[in-house]
Ligand binder design. Sequence first.
Ligand SMILES: NC(=O)c1ccc[n+]([C@@H]2O[C@H](COP(=O)([O-])OP(=O)(O)OC[C@H]3O[C@@H](n4cnc5c(N)ncnc54)[C@H](O)[C@@H]3O)[C@@H](O)[C@H]2O)c1
Length: 261
Amino acid sequence: MTFSLDQFRLDGKVAVVTGAGGRGNSIGRAYALGLANAGASIVVADLNGDGAKAVADEIVAAGGKAVGVQVDVADEASTLAMGAAAKEAFGGVDILINNAALMVDVSYDNCETIGLDAWNKAFAVNLNGALLCARAVIPSMRERGGGRIVNQTSGGAFPATGLYGITKLALVGLTTSLAKQFGKDGITCNAIAPGNVTSDAGKMLVPDDSPFIQFLNMTCALRARGAPDELVGTALLLCSDAGAWISGQTIHVDGGWVLRP
Ligand SMILES: NC(=O)c1ccc[n+]([C@@H]2O[C@H](COP(=O)([O-])OP(=O)(O)OC[C@H]3O[C@@H](n4cnc5c(N)ncnc54)[C@H](O)[C@@H]3O)[C@@H](O)[C@H]2O)c1
């Protein structure tokens, strides 16, 4: 088949984007708006139900199709309800972006002193949450002849230097496992590893004038910070027919921060 730009279109597809309704300027919101622009119907899912509805309303006001759903990705019953809500609204699910995570609210204590409750909570959301959301939608994807799963990891996992990075590195393991286990069902699974993004959460965690960002601006191949929208093209590739032969990969979108062969 000759390549066509239409292979990036998502018309008729249904995408669940988790963590898309929290803080105003978020990566999840950028993914939800971007996939809607490409033609997908969007299930905006977040612990913050009002925020999810607000982003869904924004998509509908712009002429797209979307619903907002309150979900706790760490709770199996809640993720199953999210899958059911997607089915009720749009008939099923073709795309899942596992973007919900604890980042600002994760413990940055070291491995000697960190409380096990904080440790388990971070894993419950950042790793188990992705597993539970995948399990909630894989049957529907299989029924529809295939699907796309994108896990949002982080440059902070390469290497992992604390709890947050450890959960995100574990998510890379889930990515390759899902890719291998469900490839024959036509389901791809890949990860995006963003660098330092200027979402509200990212700027709260690491302000622009912090020594870390100043150091990165000197050492990064391009520049230390990117906007949420600068991740959307990669998500679109991984979620569309254009990326049909890509699975089990982690793509770094980070201005050349983590340089991997
Ligand atoms: N901002 C960055 O610099 C950066 C860099 C690398 C990776 N990331 C990753 O990108 C993703 C989005 O980051 P962001 O900067 O937009 O942060 P954000 O805090 O705005 O987004 C996280 C979202 O997850 C939601 N959430 C948290 N716990 C949840 C739960 N139990 N169930 C459902 N939703 C839950 C929050 O309500 C929030 O909307 C996260 O996975 C983050 O780890 C961010």
